[in-house]
Write a protein that binds this ligand. Sequence first.
Ligand code: PMP
Length: 942
Amino acid sequence: MKFAFLVHPLSHESIALVELNDGNALANRWRGGDLLDFCGILHQTMTGTNASARPEPRVRVIDHLTGLVSQRGAKCDGRLYEIPMGAAEILDDPVRAMGYMEQAVQMAAEWGAGIIGLGSMTSVVGGQGTYLAERTPVPITTGNSMTVFAAIENLRHACQEAEIDLTQQTVAVVGIPGSIAAAAARLLAPEVGELLLVARRSSARATKLAAELGAELLLDIPAALGRARLVVSATSTGSCIDQADLKRGAIVVDVGVPADVQGSAAERDDVLILSGGLTQVPDCMPRDSMFLGFHHGMVPSCLGETINLALENRGEYFSLGRDLRPEAVREIGAIAVSHGFHFGRLMSFGLALSDSQLARYRKAVTRARLLSTGSQLKKQSSANGNGHHENGHASAGYAETNGHNGHSPANGQAMTAGYGESNGHSATNGHAQSNGHASAPHDAASAPSPSDLAPRAGALYGRYVNPVLMAVGGKAGFARTFVRGHRNTLWDSEGREYLDFVAGFGSLNLGHNHPRVVKAIQEALAHEAPGYAQSAVNPYAAALAELLVSLSPAGLEMVFFANSGAEAMEASLKLARLATGRTGLLSCDRSYHGKSLGALSVTGNAKYQKPFGPLLPECSTVRYGDLEALTRAVATRQFAAFIVEPIQAEGGMIVPPAGYLKQAQEICRATETLLIVDEVQTGLGRTGSMFACDKEGVEPDILALAKSLGGGLMPIGAMLARRDLWHKAYGSLYTFALHTSTFGGGSLACAAGLAALTAIVDEGLVENARQRGEQLRRGLERIQQTTDPVIKEVRGEGLLIGLELFPLRSSIVAHWKQNDPSGVMQYLLPDADGLAQGMPTMYLLQTLLTQHGMYTQIARSNQQVLRVQPPLTITEEEVDRFLLGVEQTCREIEASSSLVDGLISKSVAGHHDASGSTGGAVLSFQTMARVAPPRSGAKQPE
Ligand code: PMP
């Protein structure tokens, strides 16, 4: 159906813009692509240089919305007809305005419109469409029902974002008894804590509505704003809300035309001002028109209603007059949603509300409350003279007590959510009730479970921790929210189960929540072991040091406790410099020793180093496994130490030639260069011996440990060193405290470490790593031999295995690059080729995750290598399950890549047009996946 929509210029700028676009000139110039030319013309017009050229006032078509298709495939075409009067002029002279509107309706009827919508002020004058409705054969709608729907959806969505419970709130609806405000008030009344109706002057309609809804009627906007945190505003006067009058944390949904909130930008961080009457058109809808393309497809909902009625072929007087029907509001909302219109995008002063604005809002609201609550609690407790009580209740006070209903939903969650008042958690997690101590002070502070926190976790991660990870990993589905881990299994927030073949990059040799480690931590807590007491003796640290020394290679007798692998490396590098008096540091290419500046300086990976330079001077690398290069380098006697991993795990599970480490030790000794062996990842049983360097009987001068030393639960790292070296560096009153760390050697971490080491030994996990490693290697090698060409190499030792896949076939990479519609992909992504090469491995990772419930990751420094690194507690049956998943997926990769390669290379034209055979999609790896044979057809292992 065809539709028409009546509009009028909203501002000086919009007049200029429409002038400029007369005859689609703007769009044409824009399409010409000369940005400077475009800006010049725009500027000229805006500054009014062209004003004299403006034509006589007349009704005219200012935009064509042609070929609109909804998500359900419904179609319509439309035109925007402009009345040559501004908002104030229309209100001043409604009679003249009605004349123009009748003309526009006439033109639309002649064009064949089946429904006519009224935009902005054209829906206010003439009795909200009733005058026109009597004078035209074409049905009229004001579109106001959908505007009400949008406003309420916006309010709900904003409350969700701000964790505000609508049912506990005072909400003011400004603009009573206008049609939009009245309908919004009717719909909100049953849902909100308290409703205030706000009118400019008293009227019988307003009083009647207040009585009907049991709401208070106020005639003073500032007074209403002082009471309500949530405001829906829909007046036709505009500028009636001063931002300064809003409560802290207020949210205003403004559908007023012109806008009700004063100013052209938010003036305070602690309030949200939303353009609440907008809707987002479906993604599939063409945006050729200037209007639909504007603001990335956000349109006023009154236009949205008109489009939806046209899509439904409903030439009806849908929204007319002052009394909008609540059922009509719900109905048009449901229709719009079914056609793919969205109401979840929050806009403020014409722009999408950014994560940063939301974060500032939350911070402004939360900080002020937390700080004032804290000081109130202090005052209260000193008045009570009960210091202990104060501590017990501290977190209970963080949640805001809503003055109007006096509820106090406080629990530990309130602190987490910060700004939340009565958030869902407090009612549902039931901590306080479940243990039968509802009134005990500590219950209020009980910690939330991962599942309690999971629903918001992805969004919070994207906003506060890593937006890129969430944008990419979230969409591709590999950034899961895990809420439980037991032994070798993980569970995500949706209850799906995964075998963990990442094992915390080597931190989970004992699996998740190993009972002995859990018990050790619980018991340390039960003993009230002091967490930290600096320059004093910690019994747990002393015992752990003794055990570490007993288990480690000969010569290592001194222990320094740190908190991570990188810190263990820092300690190692500093000790080496101090003990030798040399400053140079030698390491290997492709090595990985951590990302703090010192550890990074000896990490052989330019990608990680370059952005942070200059790093430590006098650091050099030699090729890993190259003894001659090492000999030449250390002969200079300038290096304090040679730093090496027994297997380069992050570098792609690279195993050096047999005897490399042992010979490296000899070469270093000959030149008094210290040998630092980094066993952060290879240590504690991972490779089938307690330390990887044990295999060749290597005795490092310094050894770095971390990861699984914490038993998978506590962060702890350690440097083990020769006694003489330690004395040279730190053995005097002036030097013994030169290198320290506040948290190093804390009670819980060391208690966990003790339990972890004992469990590894007692449970025979080193031997299990050897046996399961063998099983894995043999299985993977068999898959390698029976799928061709998918797996390039299987390498590693024990349960530190890398599976290197062949890169994507060159024909497919070339095709992918040529078909990049923008042509800029390869320049935008610094490593587009690398990314393409790593696609088969990515596909394996994703398929294992989504189809087989196996969690794996890719080696940090080599995108073609899948790391196969389960906990050392993995069972024979679990390894078999994993192998089955890998085999099925490798068969898919084998089948699909040869199919796609065939499609490309055998195409008649020499280059393949993918549209025929793959449904119009550019051949990507996703397409490859789609053309892969059905999973059930995958060959089972013999
Ligand atoms: N060294 C090696 C060999 C590692 O594998 C790692 C971590 N992957 C580190 C050092 C750094 O450890 P962390 O991330 O705990 O700083």
